[in-house]
Design a protein around this ligand. Structure first.
Ligand code: APR
Ligand code: ZN
Length: 252
């Protein structure tokens, strides 16, 4: 159990209880306690694999079968929201969060019950055809993949069916980025959870909010480049810290 100095918890709770247009900005660290690995920092995937090899659009286009074969054998379907996801739902219910802006593609914020989730890096639960832009649920693509790997587009027969997850070398979805920027400019508090804040343009969202006067509260296992900009920084596990903070907000 992460024991956090009482003062830091109280400061975070006081800041969040004042939020009237707060947003959460989350990264892979918020899903680690759901069994989904993060990318950077201690034990991260990118310390074991070269991201520009395994997660680049050029690699996918060269050989979509490599992705879909890996997916056939490794796709995780059992991840569940953890107490960190549920604490953000409670903070929204208490009226202090307008939305969750996430870099994650696992859909766990929605599964936990967050009402408004902006997926900056797309979703692993939706697939798009790179030839005709037809979209279909990932479950349908997985069923097709089990029959024939890699699956072909049911609309045009194209061979490039890809989860809408934004790969290196791809642009972020325009509507999601625009929504996130609008909320960042209007935010009074940004609760940053489980992100190394090293990937742009996503990391530009909390930066933009700060530049427009928002206070930052960071909950992360390791130090981040934004720690000096934040009003409150708590290093530790989100699934242990957030319930404590939100519990104090509810009691205020
Ligand atoms: N609780 C809180 N923080 C945690 C936990 C935890 N249980 N476990 C790990 N962390 C921290 C790590 O220390 C790290 O600083 O979460 C952070 C996750 O950072 P990254 O792995 O870089 O993930 P993220 O910031 O979401 O990466 C952004 O990079 O590879 C791309 O598209 C990918 O969306 C991803 C983007
Ligand atoms: Zn198609």
């Amino acid at each position: 159990m992460t024991t956090v100095a009482g003062a830091a918890l109280a400061e975070a709770a006081a800041l969040l209880s004042r939020a009237r247009s707060g947003i959460a900005f989350t990264g892979a660290g918020v899903s680690v306690e759901s069994g989904i690995p993060h990318f950077r920092g201690e034990g991260g995937l990118w310390t074991k694999f070269d991201p520009y090899k395994v997660a680049h659009i050029d690699t996918f286009r060269r050989d979509p079968a490599q992705y879909w074969t890996y997916s056939l054998n490794h796709r995780r379907m059992d991840a569940e929201p953890n107490p960190a996801h549920r604490a953000l739902v409670e903070l929204e219910r208490l009226g202090h969060l307008r939305a969750v802006v996430t870099q994650n593609t696992d859909g766990l914020h929605q599964q936990a019950g967050s009402g408004r989730v902006v997926e900056l890096h797309g979703s692993s639960h939706e697939v798009v055809c790179l030839d005709c832009e037809a979209r279909l649920p990932r479950d349908q693509a997985d069923r097709m993949n089990r029959e024939h790997c890699p699956p072909s587009c049911p609309a045009c027969g194209g061979r490039f069916l890809k989860p809408t997850v934004v790969l290196f070398g791809e642009a972020l979805p325009v509507a999601a980025l625009r929504d996130a920027q609008a909320m960042a400019m209007a935010a009074d508090v940004v609760l940053i959870v489980g992100s190394s804040l090293q990937v742009y343009p996503a990391a530009g969202i909390p930066r933009m909010a700060r530049e427009h006067g928002a206070e930052l509260c960071i909950v992360n296992a390791e130090p981040t480049p934004f720690d000096d900009l934040a009003a409150v920084v708590i290093h530790g596990k989100a699934g242990e810290i957030l319930p404590q903070v939100v519990g104090q907000v509810a009691a205020l």
